[in-house]
Ligand binder design. Structure first.
Ligand code: MF3
Ligand code: CO
Length: 264
């Protein structure tokens, strides 16, 4: 029954709170280093260092998605038109005006925590700022729907509805996912859906919700490295992600970090 959603016990959730907190600290440390002149390889080193300090293992390093080579780093750094899976490099130097999605995850105490945040590099355009605001809010609109009794389609629809209301498009080739002892577990969590459809949400489900929203087309192209996914029209794309536990009294964001939200 490989495609059954794996429910987590109270003990499992406690462990996942630890993984989530750690993932959020990693993201914050990286975010503090995001500025013009820094290479994305340097951001990856900061992530490696933080993992050494806090314990656990990178969920990304060596990870193999179907039809992809093993992932070579501990973060994905997706700049401007890159939607997801941007691979850090020494030659990629951040410049003022860019938006930089940083995605990172940790495997700690037997469970994964996964999160992403799109940081501003210096000052950004009004359009980029709107894209960040809309993408981030769409994540929270989806999280509000992640409660027992609702269905998965309610969560997925919330992202799409909010993004499209503001004239943007979801990157339809990429989805969120269940998460636990594996980084990617059933169910897939698309950023679009039909309310009232899909599996009913139950206490003990844990999902990573990750809106990827483009200013222009929702279509994407994957570059020759086998990972980097860019918008087909090279328009800007933003990405925010939280690992969210569905508990009897509603959603708990395992990767929440008020410092991160306030400072960037
Ligand atoms: N957060 C992304 C995801 O859930 C990042 C995966 S990167 C990989 O798919 F390298 F680990 F594949
Ligand atoms: Co994820």
């Amino acid at each position: 029954m490989r495609n059954r959603i794996r429910l987590k016990s109270k003990k499992d959730i406690e462990k996942m709170q630890g993984s989530g907190r750690t993932a959020a600290i990693m993201l914050q440390r990286i975010g503090e280093a995001v500025s013009p002149g820094v290479s994305t390889a340097e951001l990856d080193r900061i992530c490696c260092q933080t993992i050494k300090e806090l314990g656990g293992e990178s969920s990304f390093l060596g990870y193999q998605l179907p039809n992809h080579p093993p992932y070579p780093a501990t973060i994905c750094s997706s700049i401007n038109e890159v939607i997801v899976h941007g691979v850090p490099s020494e030659s990629q130097i951040l410049q003022s005006g860019q938006i930089a999605s940083i995605d990172t995850a940790i495997f700690l105490n037997g469970f994964h925590g996964d999160n992403a945040f799109t940081f501003k590099v210096g000052q950004v355009s009004a359009e980029a700022q709107k894209l960040l605001d809309v993408t981030r809010t769409s994540l929270y609109k989806a999280i509000e729907q992640a409660k027992p009794g609702n269905r998965l389609g309610d969560v997925c629809h919330a992202v799409q509805a909010y993004a499209e209301l503001h004239g943007f498009h979801i990157a339809h080739n990429f989805v969120g996912h269940g998460i636990g002892r594996s980084m990617h577990e059933p169910p897939q969590v698309p950023n679009s859906g039909v309310p009232g459809t899909g599996p009913r949400l139950k206490p003990g489900m844990v999902i990573a919700i990750e809106p990827m929203i483009n200013v222009g087309t929702g279509d994407s192209v994957t570059l020759e490295d086998g990972w980097t996914a860019v918008t087909a029209d090279l328009s800007l794309s933003a990405h925010f992600e939280h690992t969210v536990a569905i508990l009897s009294d509603g959603p708990e964001i395992l990767t929440e970090n008020p410092d991160l939200w306030d400072h960037f």
